[in-house]
Ligand binder design. Structure first.
Ligand SMILES: Nc1ncnc2c1ncn2[C@@H]1O[C@H](COP(=O)(O)OP(=O)(O)OP(=O)(O)O)[C@@H](O)[C@H]1O
Length: 613
């Protein structure tokens, strides 16, 4: 079989592809080149064996040299294992194959690009990510890292460039791929990328472990908040020194202390002190975030579910109707029916909560109530029109009233029969007393830590106490009705993203229930010496860095800087001295960063070769 079929394709854009070969494994048709990384080239491909849905995939080609049969076997076994892993925060690994000396990896395509590009766009626009967004992505990333670490799979090259965005879900790319290509050779790990995300233990050759991934994730967290590298410097060595000895950088003031504390933990120099992904997921602020993300996802599902109810009431479908539907319509209907089932489940849950609350009311009536402050936000002259906000942490039955109103008129002992309180996707509903609307700011401890969500906060004033009637009330026209825009958004939710979101919710539920769930151990490969594969990849890396610098500096300037820096590093010149001398050699000494990196990588390559020999 020829290595590649020699033919050209016309991509959608109409632009003729330059690369001659366009079909891989007689299946993946190249559509466009996405970019070139340190180890390989990345293409957008169309999977010719997939007619609908996710037919666009990504092909990464990594030159690996001539692998011996043992290495080929090892790579194939690892690839099969990686293909079995499924997590919404992990870029799906579909397939891998060898075409002569090129290792090809097929993964999921993320049309929204990588996190590094997103952060750069924000930086250029002078914008920042809101903390809620940072927290949401951090939770997703931690869930993904936790999933892989539970399976004893390390990333070894976690960085913003390796995190992809797909409809606001972050996906970690290349997880386990380093293991596929580098096994557990720690020396090769130090080769995987730029120094910015390398942990102190990796830089000091004390071995890579799961905590080293957490360090890198800490660097990503810092970048999401400040849009800058956590450890930066004008030379490779100064970055390394900052990582080894510098303080943990502080987050911009607009971010909370809690987030700052999380960052500090993740960037602890000592890996033994650094929390694991499981530890981080157990932290109360992360748990709270997980809860609210879950609610956000569920509130979308809730809209679908209401819509499903409306559809089902108005359009009773027979078998022939179904047959007339397009596949898209059938899929939509299926989703709506599933949402309806979920609605029923939630209705039962709401009823249970309602009963539980009644029972508690009963108990509390016997206990005498304690007071908490209740502010009267607006008053109507009519006795039934007051709008009251509960300010403190409270549980049902601990309400009493302060303010100008006659406290006796609102004492809970009299409210009890009229208070409607239940959870709707776990969110505390507003509480109504007759026609009085109590807007709840704090969460009742009796119902757990679910966050208050404004979406669930109707401005209407009367809700029936009976949950069934209340549900009918929610379904009335005009109450959060589904607009065309909602429909569009929901459609997006039901076409592709929903499975990721559903999976995310279910992982969160598992973690919240039992974060330490163990999974069968795949076992870590025992440390081994460098292989041909390690050396080939390191050579590719060195070659690419060299090409990149030569493009930037020009061949002559590169030679001058390279010669000087090599000598300076051997003689251990001070950073200040190096910087000053570089200033005399080139216009922009900061352009020499990569030369330093090249020297470092050449040094590692040399050691790999010695280890391999
Ligand atoms: N699954 C994917 N979906 C969308 N774009 C991708 C995907 N994988 C890679 N890319 C894009 O392809 C380009 C090259 O990616 P690649 O991972 O090879 O290199 P890198 O991350 O830039 O560098 P390195 O090899 O050092 O990790 C990047 O612009 C990246 O955003």
């Amino acid at each position: 079989m020829p290595k590649f079929q020699e033919q050209e394709v016309q991509p959608a854009s109409g632009q003729k592809l330059r690369h001659r070969a366009c079909l891989r494994a007689q299946r993946y048709c190249i559509q466009a080149k996405l970019g070139r990384g340190s180890f390989g080239t990345v293409f957008l491909v169309r999977d010719t064996e997939v007619a609908e849905g996710e037919y666009l995939k990504v092909l990464k080609e990594v030159p690996v040299g001539d692998l011996n049969p043992d290495e080929t076997m090892q790579v194939q076994t690892e690839a099969q294992l990686l293909a079995q892993l499924h997590h919404p925060s992990i870029l799906k690994f579909y397939n891998s194959f060898l075409e002569k000396d090129i290792f090809c990896i097929i993964t999921e395509y993320c049309e929204d690009g990588d996190l590094d590009c997103r952060l750069e766009e924000l930086r250029q626009a002078g914008a920042r990510l809101p903390e809620s967004q940072v927290a949401e992505w951090l939770v997703q990333l931690l869930l993904g890292v936790h999933y892989m670490h539970q399976r004893k799979i390390l990333h070894r090259d976690l960085k913003a460039k390796n995190i992809f965005l797909k409809k606001n879900i972050v996906k970690i790319g290349d997880f386990g791929v380093s293991r596929l290509l580098n096994g557990s050779c720690d020396l090769a790990t130090t080769f995987t990328g730029t120094p910015f995300y390398m942990s102190p233990e990796v830089l000091s050759h004390h071995g890579y472990n799961s905590k080293s991934d957490i360090w890198s994730l800490g660097c990503v967290l810092y970048e999401m908040c400040s849009l800058e590298r956590a450890f930066k410097g004008h030379s490779f060595l100064s970055v390394v020194m900052k990582i080894l000895e510098g303080p943990v950088p502080s987050l911009p003031q607009s971010y909370s202390k809690e987030l700052g504390a999380i960052l500090e933990g993740m960037l602890s120099k000592d890996p033994a002190v650094r929390p694991s992904a499981a530890d981080l997921l157990k932290m109360s602020c992360i748990e709270e975030n997980m809860q609210s993300i879950r609610l956000k996802i569920c509130s979308k599902a809730q809209k679908c579910e209401r819509h499903a109810g409306a559809m089902q009431k108005t359009v009773p479908l027979g078998h022939s109707d179904m047959q007339k539907m397009t596949p898209r319509e059938r899929m939509r209907l299926k989703k709506l029916q599933a949402a309806d089932e979920e609605a029923n489940r939630l209705k039962h849950l709401a009823e249970e909560k309602y009963e539980e609350n009644c029972r508690r009311m009963q108990e509390l009536r016997c206990l005498h109530f304690q007071k908490v402050s209740v502010d009267v936000l607006s008053e109507s002259t009519e006795a039934t029109g007051s709008h009251i906000t509960v300010q403190g942490g409270w549980s049902l039955g601990q309400l009493d009233v302060m303010g100008d109103q006659d406290p006796d008129a609102l004492r809970l002992s009299e409210l009890e029969g009229n208070v409607f309180c239940t959870t709707w996707f776990g969110v505390l509903q507003p509480i109504y007393y007759g026609c009085q609307c109590l807007s709840v700011r704090c969460i009742t401890e009796s119902l757990g830590t679910e966050a208050y969500h404004p979406e669930f906060y109707p401005t209407v004033t009367e809700i029936p106490v009976d949950p069934q009637k209340a549900e009918a009330y929610y379904n009335e026209d005009g109450f959060e009705s589904c607009s065309e825009e909602d429909d569009e958004a929901d459609e997006e939710l039901t076409s592709g993203q929903d499975s990721d979101l559903e999976a995310m919710v279910s992982y969160m539920k598992n973690i919240l229930g039992n974060p330490s769930t163990e999974v069968p151990d795949r076992g870590c490969p025992s440390p081994r010496t460098a292989t041909t594969l390690d050396c080939t990849m390191a050579e590719t890396r060195v070659q690419r860095i060299r090409e990149s610098i030569q493009r930037k500096l020009g061949a002559a300037e590169f030679q001058t800087v390279y010669k000087y820096l090599k000598q300076a590093r051997q003689q251990q010149e001070s950073e200040a001295q190096v910087w000053e001398n570089l200033g005399q050699l080139v216009d922009q000494p900061s352009n020499c960063f990569e030369v330093d990196q090249l020297l470092y990588c050449e040094d590692v390559l040399q050691k790999l070769r010695e280890g391999h020999a």
